[in-house]
Design a protein around this ligand. Structure first.
Ligand code: F6R
Length: 361
């Protein structure tokens, strides 16, 4: 049942405020400025002993994991990174007893992720899951974890589950942070930010008409560039994936700082750029990157917290705490991908060559 929407993708994009509400519900502990995660199965002594975090997933879940790794590193100060699960399992990784491994999956059935979890367990590692489907294979195989509670996702490409997964990582990062060295004041600040998310998501969804108008122009592009730095980079990667999956327009995502090391050669009027420009300590650096693109007559669409004079158009999104901004900045770009694909007449819920869950190698 599409509930009055023309596609599941549109329905699922539109449900994100409620979905985020669900992942937060019952978990916030104002008294200690932290969150309760019932199924984590990790006691405070164990949480304090973690020396590294390694996050494994595929596709969109891998991108959510990249944002998650940054959140854990920032809030809990544990060195963290994300890697595609398939790369991890094929490179005979060193499995370290002081590393916490986290498997991320919407379906909970992705074979490469499941196989990575099984290999890790065979070597004695501690593995948690950040999973949407309750009781799925990865949920059962992991030692504990955080359910994402996005609800059923029918469209082949992931939208609301991506957003909820990143919020689930925000909760996990806050939880680990408060067991380690995150102050009460910072805990409070993050909780306030989390509580603002559903309302801010509604504000972004209300900009759909504006995004739709832009989409008519971008549906003409043969290729697009997505750039961001640090917190904005995984957002750029996910937005680029979403566009290619449903519109079949070629898209690349690069860290803004890497442009001058090669991809700047691609910039010309027919190769528009989408720039993720949060109002944080890297704002000036991002402005400089946009200037470089302008100097090569590239067109720019910025997603930012204030109007960008270097961009041809800015989608202005509401500001949250710096650490939580990535949760919101991708949402208008889900709408952009959607409306570009719609303008091109694509089969949005079932893009060619793709399956919702990849249970083979
Ligand atoms: C992207 C997409 C895929 C999945 C990937 C992992 O829109 O749907 O990239 O994210 O196949 O699937 P899960 O999260 O079910 O493990």
């Amino acid at each position: 049942d599409m509930g009055g929407h023309d596609t599941y993708m549109h329905k699922e994009i539109s449900e994100q405020a409620d979905a985020v509400d669900r992942v937060l519900r019952g978990r916030i502990d104002d008294r200690f400025s932290t969150v309760h995660l019932g199924g984590l199965n990790l006691d405070p002594r164990e949480a304090r002993a973690i020396r590294r975090v390694k996050i494994l997933g595929c596709g969109t879940s891998y991108h959510a994991g990249q944002i998650g790794a940054q959140m854990i590193e920032e809030l809990a100060r544990i060195p963290s990174d994300a890697e595609p699960a398939s790369e991890f399992r094929y490179r005979n990784p060193v499995v370290d007893p002081d590393t916490l491994y986290i498997a991320v999956s919407q379906s909970g059935e992705t074979y490469d992720v499941l196989a990575a979890v099984q290999e890790l367990k065979r070597k004695g590692a501690r593995v948690l899951g950040v999973v949407n489907v309750v009781g799925s294979a990865i949920a059962r195989e992991t030692h504990g974890g955080v359910y994402v509670h996005a609800g059923p996702e029918v469209c082949v490409v992931s939208t609301k589950c991506f957003t909820n997964t990143v919020v689930a990582f925000g909760l996990l990062a806050l939880h680990l942070g408060r067991i380690r060295d995150l102050s009460v004041a910072d805990g409070k600040r993050i909780i306030e930010g989390l509580r603002k998310l559903p309302g801010q998501i509604q504000e972004i969804l209300a900009m759909e008409d504006e995004v739709k108008q832009l989409a008519a122009e971008y549906a003409e592009a043969r290729s697009m560039m997505f750039i961001g730095r640090v917190r904005g980079y995984p957002v750029a990667r996910e937005a680029s994936l979403k566009l290619k999956e449903i519109s079949y327009i070629h898209a690349e995502a690069y860290p803004a700082s890497e442009l001058k090391h090669g991809p700047l050669a691609l910039i010309e009027p027919a190769m528009p750029t989408v720039a993720i420009v949060p109002d944080d300590d890297l704002l000036e650096k991002n402005r400089a990157a946009m200037e470089e693109i302008k100097a090569r007559s590239g067109r720019i669409l910025a997603v930012a917290h204030q109007k960008q004079d270097k961009a041809d158009h800015t989608i202005v999104v509401p500001k949250n705490e710096n650490e939580l901004d990535p949760i919101l900045m991708g949402i208008p770009l889900q709408l952009l991908a959607y409306h570009v694909a719609l303008a091109m007449g694509r089969d949005i819920d079932k893009p060619r060559n793709l399956a919702k869950s990849v249970t083979v190698e």
